[in-house]
Design a protein around this ligand. Structure first.
Ligand code: 5AD
Length: 429
């Protein structure tokens, strides 16, 4: 959505800057957010407003990168566009030249840097029950899988794990996730949300499946601020094949009312399922845009041996990273894009680093007590399956530091103006 081409300030007129843009146009840019701007400085603008001021050295580096991209006409044309269409996204997902793929990743990384700065948000997930009433074809927690040990955390245990993560480790956003498990009725979820929030500022996301609008209204009123609810695929026919007991329209209806109820919505596809084409993936990105989701939750399918899809190949790091980069470019540029645990699991050494440098901006750490964690086996070999929370936190810090970035100190979530924890900040702190 953003071109963020650098522009050199010719002249300041009050808070307005008259600039020469990279593409040669002379424009007026609102510099109210950067009163220190002077003639001769460079800036990056979006929607007529200066997002970032740059010293000449930084601008030179950026111009060198853009000059490289400019040699790739098609990619450059896409970068310059305001809103990417089907064909543009299709192109981004099918580039074969490794150098051009690298430029795409760098461009997505640059957009992330302009809009979300150097911060990486670190969220936590508590998987409180692996009981599930559904039989999704790809999922190890499917009801029909009799080979796993099922567990349920007591509400007080969930509350205590969450409150400790917030109070002792500084987590600002916690996802409470389970299978489709009605054992926890609406009132129980409401109580859990209320208790976790009591006296604490924490953003709670629920990932508890299809429970209908009335339930989600109660959860919202109780103070839950977000939902993590993947649509899994934009292809209705493929969805039907994979979900014997769930309906694609119902899934999308949930996402729509969740948005209307005021939830921050994290959603997206599961990549690497047989039957997905490039067109399906383009439509996945367009569906995220249409649903106006706030966070792109992009999973990678990993086959589980106790499921009907056990012999499938599963997704790849390459396709997923490229999908992340294309998502950064096609959706709102300050879109939150967490790195899914499934991606971390298929390349434990590098996937995080690559994805965080290709448009991704956050990490999700597993806070589930170790005694349960292995049994939340949606797929085998989950990243960090046996690691203490402290070790996961330390490793995340190391990765973030090694990229020259830092963990988001603030909410990553707060709307500055209102000083409330209800929304994502336009930029992280
Ligand atoms: N591989 C990767 N992700 C999976 N999920 C379920 N099964 C798998 C699997 N085998 C994801 C789905 C679901 C989320 C909770 O876990 O996308 O929405």
């Amino acid at each position: 959505m953003c071109i963020a081409l650098p522009a050199k300030i010719r002249e300041m007129r009050g808070t307005k800057a008259l600039v020469d843009s990279y593409s040669g146009l002379r424009r007026e840019i609102d510099c109210a957010l950067h009163p220190e701007a002077r003639a001769g400085d460079y800036l990056l603008a979006y929607g007529g407003r200066a997002m970032k001021l740059m010293a000449k050295a930084e601008a030179d580096e950026l111009i060198a990168l853009l000059n490289q991209v400019a040699g790739r006409k098609k990619l450059f044309d896409i970068i310059k566009k305001g809103k990417l269409g089907f064909d543009d996204i299709h192109y981004l997902l099918t580039i074969t030249d490794p150098e051009e793929v690298r430029l795409l990743q760098r461009e997505a990384d640059r957009l992330r840097e302009v809009f979300l700065r150097k911060t990486v948000c670190v969220h936590g997930v508590i998987e409180f029950s692996n009981h599930c009433a559904s039989n999704c074809a790809y999922c190890g927690l499917a009801k029909s899988n009799g080979s796993i040990v099922r567990y349920r955390m007591e509400p007080d245990e969930i509350i205590s794990v969450a409150r400790t993560a917030v109070a002792d480790l500084g987590f600002k956003m916690i996802v409470l996730q389970s299978g489709e498990d009605e054992f926890y009725d609406d009132d129980t979820i409401v109580r859990i949300v209320r208790e976790i929030r009591k006296g604490r500022s924490v953003l709670i996301f629920l990932s508890v499946g299809e429970r209908g609008e009335t339930a989600y209204r109660k959860f919202r009123e109780a103070g839950a601020k977000g939902v993590l609810f993947r649509f899994e695929t934009s292809d209705g026919a493929l969805y039907r094949q994979l979900h014997p007991d769930s309906d694609h329209k119902e899934r999308l209806r949930h996402l729509k009312f969740m948005k209307t109820l005021g939830f921050l919505v994290a959603s997206g596809p599961l990549l690497g399922l047989a039957g997905q084409t490039i067109a399906t993936l383009v439509n996945d990105i367009l569906l995220m845009r249409e649903l106006k989701i706030d966070m792109a939750s992009i999973g990678v399918f990993i086959p589980h041996k106790e499921t009907p899809l056990s012999s499938e190949k599963g997704g790849s790091v390459d396709t997923t990273v490229r999908f992340i980069a294309a998502t950064r470019m096609a959706l709102s540029p300050n879109m939150r894009i967490p790195i899914a645990t499934s991606l971390e699991s298929i390349d434990t050494d590098n996937a995080r680093l690559i994805a965080l440098a290709s448009g991704g901006n956050s990490l999700m750490l597993n806070l589930t007590p170790l005694k349960y964690r292995r049994d939340y086996s949606i797929y085998p070999g989950r990243f960090g399956e046996n690691e203490s929370v402290q070790s996961l936190v330390d490793k995340a810090q190391d990765v973030v530091k090694s990229l020259g970035r830092r963990v988001c100190k603030g909410w990553g979530t707060r709307l500055k103006v209102q000083e409330s924890a209800d929304e994502f900040l336009p930029v992280c702190e």
